[in-house]
Ligand binder design. Sequence first.
Ligand SMILES: O=C(O)CCC(=O)C(=O)O
Length: 292
Amino acid sequence: MQQSANGSISPDLAGALAQYRDLGYGVVRGVFGPRDVAALTQAFERIYAQGLARGASYRDRNVYFHLADDPVLKQIVRFVQWPAYIDPILAAYRTDTRLLDIMAPLIGRDLKQIINQMHWKPPGAARADFGYHQDVHFRRPAEAYRDAGNSYVQTMIAVDPQGPENGGLRVYPGSHKLGVLAFPERGRIMDADMSEDDLLALGLDPGKLVDLELAPGDVAFWHLGTIHGSGANTAPIDRRAYLNGYVTAANCDRGEWAWRNGAPCALGEPVLVHYEDLFTRPGPFIIDADQA
Ligand SMILES: O=C(O)CCC(=O)C(=O)O
């Protein structure tokens, strides 16, 4: 528990918040306990099985399953966007007070949610990298995200232990102060390997990169401008992570409400987040492998 009953901030959380402001990322240890991790693990297993059973990428309004043909494992579910619409356990964690306790000192207590995403890197998957990037490039249309640098924070709950061996997150400390960088064009970040050449092309020193070592239940969080990526899973365990990104509601025209004045908001009929055709082509529909 990071905050005391009177709302004061624990030294651990204070340290992580200070590091976020200084270096663009923070980690709070043990935010979620073994029961939470067990519930999340089961949810990941449920949703993964649903994805594989469909056999192809799939959309139903904001819910999107992304399957990939892996050269080694044949077919994997790489990520699912907005599973909280279809799974009450995942819905409960997106508005968990323990996440609000980390967000509130940074972006307030009236928050919308822009990202709700599950990531898997099954052991042995040959293609599971996320190339280096800054999330700011994906907050589109830009005019819908006002004062983005001060208003938006991405969070990630570790479900499995994670580090460089199983494709954990690697960050470039201080990069949130470098502005919006022109990364070399290499297609979608989920199709690009985590190449240090991208950093060299920007005049940055790959020697400064830091691997985040997380235990199940730890929460990492980072700034919209923080350069990060993640590599292959060469370990015998999965690397599963539950990502939720929040924004100060007054500064964003998109997203689902997460908390109003600190009170959790349930999901209802989907609103516009990323899927531009939500109202004209809601689905459900299968997406061919070459279009996914
Ligand atoms: O799961 C990962 O390692 C990738 C996370 C990421 O890059 C992102 O959410 O922007």
